[in-house]
Every structure is written in C-alpha cells, then in structure tokens.
Design a protein around this ligand. Structure first.
Ligand code: FAD
Ligand code: NAI
Length: 463
C-alpha cells in the first residue's frame, strides 16, 4: 500500500457510509470511516428513519386505543399517555441500533476516525488535526434540514424533524410547513397523541413525486383522520412570542393573507446536501446548482479516486438508496461490478395507512407511450376488510404494447412491505400477466397486487 494509510476512507457513517465501509472491509480493503457524531448510523439511525418509526409505531397503538379502532374489535380500553416512556423506547431503539453498527465496525475491522473531515487534496483528508491519505475516498456526508428563509428554528416552538421527535409535551396546536414525507409522518405522530394538526403545503397536492391518484387519496385520508390540510398555500412569516407562534399564510398564487396560531411549528420543506466545511474544492470538485456532488453511474466523481453516495448526490434522499449505493461503491472500488438500478427504488411513507410506490407515476408513464392501468381497492381485499382497514388501493401501470410493469403504487396498512414484491417483479422485467398468474397466499393484503395486475388485463375477480 506504499504510503497510503487506507485503501478506502469514507466520510460519513450514515446508511450510505457505514454500509460502504463494512462491504469494503469484507472485500479485504483496509478501511476507515470518519464520523463527527458521537454515534454511528447517520441521520437515519439517530434522528431519522428509526426514531420516527419508533414514535409512529407507538402512537399508532395509542390512536387505535383512543379512536375506537380497538373497540371495534371488542377491546375496550381507555389509554393513558406516558410520553416520557414513549420517548425512552425511541431512544432505546436508537441506542441499540447505533451500538450495533459500532459492533459491526469492530467485527469487520473498520477504523472509526472520530471527528470532522475536510479535504486537503484529492487523496488526503484532515480529521482532528491529523492527515490521512487514502487510495479511494468516498463522500457520504448526507443531508440536513432546508431552512425556511426568515424562520428561526429554536427547537422549542419552531422545530425541525429532530426537534419534532423529542417534544416534551403534546402541543395543543401544531402547524406543519410542508406536506411531504416528514410533515405527514411526524404530523401523524402528534395528531394521534392529541394535537390539532394543520399541514400547510405550497403545491396543490401533498407528496410531490408520487402518483397523482395516491396524492389525492392521501389528502382525503389524512383529512378524515382529523388533520387540516391547506394546499396551494405558502407561509410568509412566523412570529414567536413566548411559547406561541403566529404564522402568516398566503395563497401560493397570491391573494389575501391570513394568520394561524400554533404552539408548535414544524418546518419540513425538504433537505439539502451536507458539504459545508468539507473543502471539496481542495479535492478538485465542485457542486451542481442544487448543491449536490455529481457522479457517474459507477458513483465516481470527476476526480479519479474520489467517489460519492447517498443524500449528497442526486436522486431520492432515502436510506435504502444510500445503502445500495454503499454496497455498489465498495464493490466498484474493489474492482467488481457494483449494481444499482436507480429506476427501481421504492418510496414509502410510514403513515396509517402506509403509502408506497416504485417506478413511474401514471403521468410520467403516459409521457413515454401508451399504457394500461389496473386498480384494486383495499376495501375489496378480504384481509384488509377483516382487519378494519378499508382505505387505499393498489395501482399497477403497464406498457400497453409489452405489458411490462412500469410503476406500482399502493395505499394500504402494510404497503411498505407489499411494495417489495413490485420491486422484485420490476427488477426481473415482469409483465402484469406474470404478477396476475403468480400465486399469492390468502388471505393477505398482497392479493390486492395480484388483483390489480389482473385488472390491467380487465379481469380482477373481487370487484
Ligand atoms: P446521513 O444518514 O445523513 O449520514 C451522513 C453522516 O455524515 C452524518 O452522520 C454526518 O454527521 C456525517 N458527516 C457529514 N459531514 C461530515 C464530515 N465533514 N466529517 C465527518 N462526518 C460528517 N429514509 C428512508 O429510506 N426511510 C425512512 O423511513 C426515512 N425516515 C426519515 C425520517 C426523518 C425524520 C429524516 C430526517 C430522514 C428520513 N429518511 C428516511 C432519510 C434518510 O435518513 C436519509 O436518506 C439517509 O440517512 C441518507 O443516508 P446518508 O448515508 O447519505 O447520509
Ligand atoms: P419533502 O421534499 O418530502 O417535502 C417537502 C414539502 O414541502 C414539499 O411538498 C414541498 O412542496 C413543500 N414546501 C416547500 N417549501 C414550502 C413552503 N415554503 N411552504 C409550504 N410548503 C413548502 O421533504 P421533507 O418532508 O422535509 O423530507 C426530506 C427528505 O427526507 C425527503 O426527501 C425524503 O426522501 C426523506 N424522508 C424519507 C422518509 C421515508 O422514506 N419514509 C421519511 C422522512 C423523510
């Protein structure tokens, strides 16, 4: 290795970076991973996927007990919220999983370099006053909250997702700015625990990027659950006085302003790549117009030996996308062929019901050519009906000529689990006929996928 300290040095230990580090070490490469946090796992394990799901799961039970869903099944309880304990189980999940990564680093002999990394040149980074030279450097620095100009996040009255995971008491009125994934997941948590939640979304529908049928149905479902949804509305100011906030809202298209009072304001208008302080110019790199680092399909930047993965590069900001890129980059560095299919990356919103999709939306598919669509309501699925889960549907979009599946969308209690089947099918180039003639266990929610596929061909059984 001559005068290199490492074969691979990875900056950032989120799902992209830690997975890349473990895979590189498994492939026999001398590997280090730099992380500035006290714990490994990045946004996802510390303040993202895992703690949000801990709060979503717990609050779902509370809601089912409180809103009568349990009573419908003959379980009559009056729930009492112990928020401190709910937070403790969240922290327990985070602690266990982040420690687990530390264990995996030790097991695979990955060196954790604690501190902030900054490039000194294309093959050298400084961490804590020391320089490390590596044959390959992977930038996996992730992303952080996009601020709303003029609005200060104090993590008390005005919070970002991290603050919203840790609120010490249930706010009476919560206003969520941004009807995307974070706003709907964390808005759902506090709505279930008793807040009056208003979601203010700039666009004319929630969840940009998802299929339009799904977006419209989601808005109906969240309204039915008691959320107030203000679409086509922008927040022009937030004034905080003591423990209260007054928001000024305006129609996105212009018009008369109105005000809204809140005890808590969640700013969730997107995330932006982390590159501050990284001195990427010293590596010979620059950012694109969206502040991201560009790579080719093999995850190489334009500088030989410097690679980038995860939220810091273009594409959906999702943990599983970062992880798959982590595996692929390590394999490419080791001289293997890292494989990642960016056309088949599922997206899941972990609300109740869950909202999931993979591939093209109906509008995107129509732009590419003629299509056929099959749709099956969860109301007609025996398991969903038996479980008192009538909301949602499965929708399959296929090419009209080849019948190849182009996109699958689902709203169902377990849509996040169901979508894996669609991913596998699409990865193998499945047609709707392939799915329609695949035996699905009865009674399962997944039968709705089979029936939607039958619907593409005009012959579902149960509707
Ligand atoms: P990150 O996880 O952001 O990790 C990057 C790491 O790099 C950080 O730990 C950071 O401290 C470190 N770092 C940055 N710069 C430096 C530096 N110069 N030196 C040293 N260390 C540095 N995605 C899903 O797929 N499913 C979900 O359910 C989901 N839920 C989410 C919920 C919330 C509330 C949030 C905020 C996000 C959620 N996400 C979810 C998105 C997911 O967390 C990210 O897509 C994922 O973490 C990106 O992984 P990454 O490795 O690219 O970056
Ligand atoms: P987002 O991009 O999902 O949603 C932001 C929303 O805010 C959009 O609907 C946008 O139109 C709206 N918006 C932007 N500016 C606005 C303004 N001034 N006023 C009102 N609305 C405005 O971003 P979000 O929810 O912050 O999440 C960030 C990222 O984290 C997402 O890209 C997502 O990939 C990831 N994430 C994934 C989760 C999952 O996979 N389940 C869960 C949580 C986050």
């Amino acid at each position: 290795m001559a005068d290199y300290d490492y074969d691979v040095l990875i900056i950032g230990a989120g799902p992209g970076g830690y997975v890349a580090a473990i895979r590189a070490a498994q492939l026999g490469l001398k590997t280090a991973c730099v992380e500035r946090r006290e714990t490994l796992g990045g946004t996802c394990l510390n303040v993202g996927c895992i703690p949000s799901k801990a709060m979503l799961h717990a609050s779902e039970y509370f809601d089912a007990a409180k809103n009568g869903a349990m009573a419908e099944m003959g379980i009559e309880v009056t729930p009492k919220l112990n928020l401190a304990k709910m937070h403790a189980q969240r922290l327990d999940a985070v602690g266990g999983l982040t420690k687990g990564i530390e264990f995996l680093f030790k097991k695979n002999k990955v060196d954790w370099l604690k501190g902030y990394a900054a490039f000194e040149s294309a093959d050298t980074v400084a961490v804590g006053g020391k320089s490390y030279r590596a044959k390959n450097i992977v930038i996996a620095t992730g992303s952080s909250v996009t601020p709303l100009p003029g609005v200060t996040i104090d993590q008390k009255v005005v919070v970002d997702s991290t603050g919203a995971l840790e609120l010490p008491k249930v706010p009476k009125r919560m206003v969520v700015i941004g009807g995307g994934v974070i706003g709907l997941e964390l808005g759902s948590v506090w709505r279930r625990l008793g807040s009056e939640v208003t979601v203010v979304e700039f666009l004319d529908q929630l969840l940009p990027g998802m299929d339009m049928d799904v977006r419209k149905e989601a808005a109906k479902i969240f309204k039915k659950q008691g959320m107030t949804i203000k679409l086509g509305t922008k927040v022009t100011g937030v004034a905080v006085k003591g423990s209260k906030a007054t928001l000024t809202l305006e129609p996105a298209a212009g018009g008369a302003a109105e005000t809204l009072e809140a005890d808590c304001v969640l700013v969730s208008i997107g995330r932006r790549p982390n590159t501050e302080g990284l001195a990427i110019d010293k590596a010979g790199l620059e950012l694109n117009a969206r502040g991201q680092i560009e790579t080719d399909h093999e995850l190489r930047t334009k500088v030989p030996g410097v690679w980038a993965i995860g939220d810091v590069i273009p594409g959906p900001m999702l943990a599983h996308k970062a992880e798959d890129e982590g595996i692929a980059v390590a394999e490419n560095i080791a001289g293997l062929t890292g494989i990642i299919n960016h056309a088949v990356i599922p997206g899941v919103v972990y609300t109740w019901p869950e909202i999931a999709g993979v591939g093209l939306t109906e509008d995107q598919a129509k732009e590419k050519g003629e299509i056929k669509v099959g749709k099956f309501p969860m109301l007609a699925n025996s398991r969903a009906k038996t479980n008192h889960e009538p909301d949602g549907f499965v929708k399959i979009i296929a090419d009209a000529k080849t019948d190849r599946v182009l996109g699958v969308w689902a709203i169902a209690s377990v849509a996040g689990t169901m979508i894996a089947e669609a991913c596998l099918g699409m990865e193998f180039g499945a047609t709707s006929e392939d799915i329609a003639y695949t035996c699905h266990a009865h009674p399962t929610h997944s039968e709705a996928i089979k029936e939607a596929a039958m619907g593409v061909r005009g012959k579902a059984i149960h509707i």
